[in-house]
Write a protein that binds this ligand. Sequence first.
Ligand SMILES: [Zn+2]
Length: 196
Amino acid sequence: MIIIAINVRQCPSCEAKTTIPILYGDLTPSAFQRVKEGLIKHGGSTAPQTAYHFYCKSCGHEWTKEQAIDSAYEKIRGIKTSVGGFRQGFYNIEICFDTNKVTWSSTACGEVEEFEKTFRETDSRKVLEMLKPINLLNWRAKYNMDVLDGTSWFVEVVRTGRNITKSGHNLFPAEWEEFCEAMRKVSGKEFGGAAD
Ligand SMILES: [Zn+2]
């Protein structure tokens, strides 16, 4: 099942935020009313083979859920993330998709270790593709468990426009291990080791 990414309100073609959903099938009286009010678009009584899910009232562009997800992930310009605790130290990773640079650092046992590398343009695509099944954009903003000790994590999604931050303390999104694995692949270094 595809969960709709959060940024579906913006038209991928003209960037207006006048998006309404497209509904197929027979309309109930209340749905008919919402069509009249311009809150939804009626796409016809039967859905076509390629059914679009969104309609832009500004330019008339129509797109699917999959395209909405693609366009939301294409807006990602970078990832900043850290995981760790005050006892064990932190791992930090910064990925920039504009310069194709990844910076990794660790602050374990009071010692700072740093590492930087550049990856190829095509690898940028691969990283973004890895983030889609991890469902990063749909993670909640906060995952917290009220225990003082333990592991904290933080992810900032750097985007054109507003950045999104996600964080947690001793509580992790379901895809956390996959995320750590992706970060290890990108940096070639250790990251995570906390979700136990
Ligand atoms: Zn538009």
